[in-house]
Design a protein around this ligand. Structure first.
Ligand code: ADP
Length: 532
């Protein structure tokens, strides 16, 4: 079967099976659980259509990526082993428009944050910023459709999009919003257009291949000032979150708020765990604190990295309020940036929160040799009691499975994600299995208390989809009905976000603690035999 796929693809377009975009570089399952049989590199929307029609003709699963980094969420790998990865980033990488008056852009899938940033600089558009996630090497479009976030006031990447061009699973192409009007002049200005807005169907989904996408860009606010507060005790968490909520909703805290645990700062030093500790179980708190004492910010339990925007007098107004509120925590300290060396991590946050792409964040993956990572990322209200409940789940499960944890509370606006990064050695099957088991346990524990994840790795998509179970799983059934209607042959990224097409359903493809293999027992020979 695999050989046949390779042969067919080779006839259509160039292939490269050695490309890293065949695998999940940070596999938390077996290395060959999620692996492509071939990768194709279309250069235009028309070529994407050709591939999609070909996939329908031969009933071959395909899986679109833009750049394919998606670290911790499955990388470039498809959910279905042997699917053909459609690597859009390699050749469809044009910046189609940057409008300096409207502060908008239109990009193809292969445009990275670095490329967009550099082009804006090259054109001398000093009045326009972009918003970047922690790592700037990924795709602007890919990050947005997978609902990644960044750290300026434009950090909601999906929320900032306006206009998409999408190749449907049947090979037809649509443009959403104003783009549906032939000759329109406002595609990047008004996302909804007229009538039902289908854009959401193409986010974290398997209903189309996005070939163009528009975004609003942030005007340069005329100044910015990064700041860092530290707080001494783990128990300060609940009070801190209660302080953050009203400030964030009122936009006094102007960007996505990040409250990081000190263990993450130790991980960011980029040294292996063995440098600090060789015992079993979690690295003891006293060792983490001993290391923290020697870091530029000194010992603490939590760190708040923020950014204030605008001219000095406006920043001062906001920063005075922030300082007054944070200083209510006994032992809180505001770190003076002028005391920090140029290579301090503080300046990485400063650049990221002012729209400059960076590559530093993953330094903590060095914690273990052959490091991989996965994240527990539940959504909750911005409440002290919710932060404490999630923190307890994460601590307890990591303790049980002998794992260290690198947590950050990330406050969007009215909600909060706890992101707990778990680093493991990919070549150590016990540790890797523990990482997977602990995450499965955390997902279930969280769901029992009303918390659901916002994004996840391929191995956990079925489990998380099953936790969104109101009214006997009505939402999943609805998604399946749309899937069967738009993708009758079930060729487009089967299983993405836990949505399986009719041909696969009822054949054991769903992964769970009881079924860790990624493959079910084949596909139905009869369901979905529509000629496209
Ligand atoms: P990045 O390299 O920016 O982290 P990826 O290219 O890996 O992002 O994309 C992340 C995920 O988003 C992919 O796994 C895929 O599910 C989805 N995706 C990315 N690009 C597209 C696209 N052009 N059309 C449809 N889905 C996409």
């Amino acid at each position: 079967m695999r050989r046949r796929i390779l042969k067919l693809v080779g006839q259509v377009l160039s292939i490269c099976t050695l490309d890293p975009n065949t695998h999940d570089g940070m596999h938390v399952a077996e290395e060959d659980d999620f692996v492509a049989s071939a990768v194709v590199y279309p250069s235009s929307t028309e070529e994407v259509q050709t591939i999609v029609r070909w996939a329908n003709e031969h009933r071959i699963p395909i899986s679109p990526i833009s750049i394919g980094r998606n670290y911790g969420y499955g990388g470039a790998a498809p959910r279905v082993r042997g699917a053909v990865v459609i690597d859009l980033g390699r050749r469809m990488n044009r910046i189609l428009d940057i409008n300096p008056d409207d502060c908008t852009c239109l990009v193809e899938p292969g445009v990275t944050y670095f490329a967009l940033y550099e082009e804006i600089q090259a054109r001398g558009y000093k009045h326009i910023w972009i918003d970047v996630p922690d790592i700037g090497g990924g795709s602007v479009l890919g990050n947005a459709v997978d609902r990644g976030v960044g750290y300026t006031p434009y950090g909601d990447h999906w929320g900032m999009h306006s206009g998409m061009e999408v190749v449907l699973p049947t090979g037809e192409v649509i443009r959403t919003g104003m783009g549906a009007l032939q000759g329109n002049n406002s595609w990047q200005l008004f996302a909804p257009g007229f009538g039902p807005t289908p854009d959401g169907l193409f986010s974290q989904s398997n209903l189309g291949i996005v070939t163009k996408m528009g975004f609003g860009l942030m005007p340069n606010p005329g100044g910015h000032e990064a700041y860092l507060f530290t707080f001494p005790r783990e128990e300060d968490l609940a009070q801190l979150i209660e302080i953050i909520r009203p400030l964030r909703i009122a936009m006094i805290l102007e960007n996505v708020a990040q409250l990081r645990h000190v263990s993450l700062q130790v991980g960011l030093e980029g040294k292996p765990r063995s440098h600090y500790y060789n015992g079993k179980g979690r690295v003891p708190d006293n060792i983490i604190h001993d290391v923290a004492k020697k870091l530029s910010h000194g010992d603490c339990a939590w760190l708040y990295y923020g950014m204030s925007y605008g001219p000095p007098e406006i920043r001062k107004y906001k920063l005075d309020i922030i300082e007054k509120e944070f200083m209510k925590i006994p032992g809180a300290r505001r770190i003076d940036p002028s005391t920090l060396p140029a290579d301090d991590y503080f300046w990485v946050r400063d650049r990221v929160a002012s729209g400059v792409p960076e590559l530093e964040e993953l330094r903590w993956v060095n914690w273990h040799p052959n490091g991989g990572h996965v994240a527990f990322s539940p959504v909750s209200p911005v409440r002290g009691k919710d932060a404490t409940a999630l923190w307890d789940i994460a601590r307890r499960r990591c303790e049980e499975f002998d794992l260290d944890l690198f947590p950050t509370f990330v406050v969007g606006l009215r909600e909060m994600h706890l992101i707990v990064e778990i680093v493991f050695n990919r070549d150590d099957s016990v540790m890797r299995n523990n990482a997977r088991a602990s995450l499965r346990a955390m997902i279930d524990d969280a769901a029992k208390q009303g918390y659901g994840e916002y994004r996840t790795h391929l191995a956990f998509m079925d489990q998380i989809a099953s936790t969104y179970n109101w009214n006997d799983g009505a939402l999943l059934r609805f998604n399946e009905r749309i899937k069967d209607c738009l993708d009758p042959n079930g060729i487009m990224a089967p299983g993405k976000s836990g949505v399986w097409p009719a041909r696969y359903r009822g054949r054991g493809w769903e992964m769970s603690a009881k079924n860790e293999t990624s493959e079910g027992s084949g596909v139905s020979p009869t369901a979905g035999s529509l000629k496209i």
